[in-house]
Design a protein around this ligand. Sequence first.
Ligand code: FE2
Ligand code: FE2
Length: 222
Amino acid sequence: MHGDGAPLERLALPRFKLLFRRLPMNTRSESRAKPGQDRSPFNFSGGSVIAAVAAGAALALAGNFGRKLAVQGLSASKGDWSESLAAEHTAVEKLFDAMLATDDGDKYKRALLLTQLSHALDKHAYAEEHVIYPKLRETGDESFAEHLENDHGAVKEFLYRLSKMSSEDPAWRETVGAFRNVVLLHAEEEEKQIFPALRAKLSDDDNARLTKDVNKAGFWAA
Ligand SMILES: [Fe+2]
Ligand SMILES: [Fe+2]
């Protein structure tokens, strides 16, 4: 309490009001006091940074979802599970042919095609190994499943060898040619013998479920 009994804040308030009234209107401190009015691109508030990161992540997710949808949609559009897997075999064969059509100096083209081949084979193998080969085992064809899985092991070895080999290596073309033969023999066995036999064993509903599962696995791996 002061001498006249007035509360302290009532005495102090007029002085502060006076002080602020004397300050010029466009000081830096005043503009900082209203962050919404500061148009500096570097003046982020915590909330705007989080919003920007969240928006970026959402865009990246949407982009990745669209890409996966486009890649798997192309396979799925070919028909049932055996037809869509056969279409992927054809796409892989085209990539091999494009690789073998390159010249020794096409370093970047060879690197790009190898990346595409690797991605296509990985995606394809994921769907077969997670859906089709387990189904082969479930229906009593363990030996087929084991044989096909061994082939996939050889595919991974070839991919590894090529990833470590310079595309200018004189053995590059020969290695790609041997790799192509292994993959095409495997694909032919699947398409002409093993897949039709499995398909015939299953009911229409089971085949429809298998198609759904192959598409799901392909989308996941794309
Ligand atoms: Fe396979
Ligand atoms: Fe296959």
